[in-house]
Design a protein. Structure first.
Length: 237
């Protein structure tokens, strides 16, 4: 069962990374001024937020082969989880980006920043503190909803528990142990999430100070050294 718990962790982690990437792209597309681009993002978010994850997994694993697209169990589980979470991440990221005051964007444009540079330097650092808590909650939920992948025979924690219960005929004991594993994983992530939120809740200058001394030492040798006073520099006094 420990092997199944590890599968749940790496499955959820990889799906989250892919989902964050999909969500960020979908958020930018939905905010696009081009109607066609925005419509594609809205359709994606509408489709995957409006249908159950279980149905999506079954369609990806059992339905796509009818169109000649064959994915194994791991690929199907990763794709289904990532697409589903990406739709939720898109709305979370869009809300975080829009929460930044419009004056910040106008100031960045006035300085001649390109859109990517403005997002990287001005918008995202401020939006991150808004985005982090709901993203962490989504991952917490994914650790549990990944159990739905057992329907397509993904060998994660719940699947191992089901097989063990069928062999040993100890349903209560086996599923109680599985619940303890889930509690342990979500508790550990809760501590990690609180630490991340604490870091991003601090003022930006305090976060920068953590690395400020290192940067200062790195560039110390490149700075011009002040000329000692009282030395003869050949200039008439």
């Amino acid at each position: 069962m420990l092997k199944g718990a590890w599968t749940t962790v790496w499955l959820s982690s990889i799906a989250m990374v892919i989902g964050i990437g999909l969500g960020f792209v979908a958020a930018l597309m939905k905010m696009s001024r081009h109607e066609a681009v925005s419509a594609v993002a809205r359709f994606y978010i509408w489709l995957f937020r409006g249908t159950p994850l279980l149905v999506q997994l079954v369609i990806i694993y059992s339905g796509l082969p009818q169109f000649g697209i064959r994915l194994n169990v791991v690929e199907s589980a990763l794709l289904g989880l990532a697409l589903n979470e990406g739709a939720y991440f898109a709305e979370i990221m869009r809300a975080g980006i829009l929460s930044v005051d419009r004056g910040q964007r106008d100031a960045a444009r006035a300085l001649g920043m390109t859109y990517p540079k403005m997002m990287r330097i001005v918008i995202l650092p401020q939006a991150t503190r808004i985005i982090i808590p709901p993203l962490g909650n989504q991952f917490l939920g994914m650790l549990k909803t990944s159990s739905l992948a057992s329907v397509i025979s993904m060998e994660e924690l719940l699947r191992h528990a089901q097989e063990l219960a069928q062999i040993q005929f100890r349903v209560l004991e086996v599923y109680s142990v599985a619940a303890i594993y889930y509690l342990a994983m979500t508790t550990v992530w809760g501590f990690v999430q609180r630490r991340i939120e604490y870091h991003y809740d601090r003022p930006f200058d305090e976060r920068s100070d953590e690395h400020g001394d290192a940067h200062e030492d790195a560039y110390a040798d490149e700075r011009p050294h002040a000329r000692p006073t009282g030395l003869d520099d050949g200039v008439p006094r």
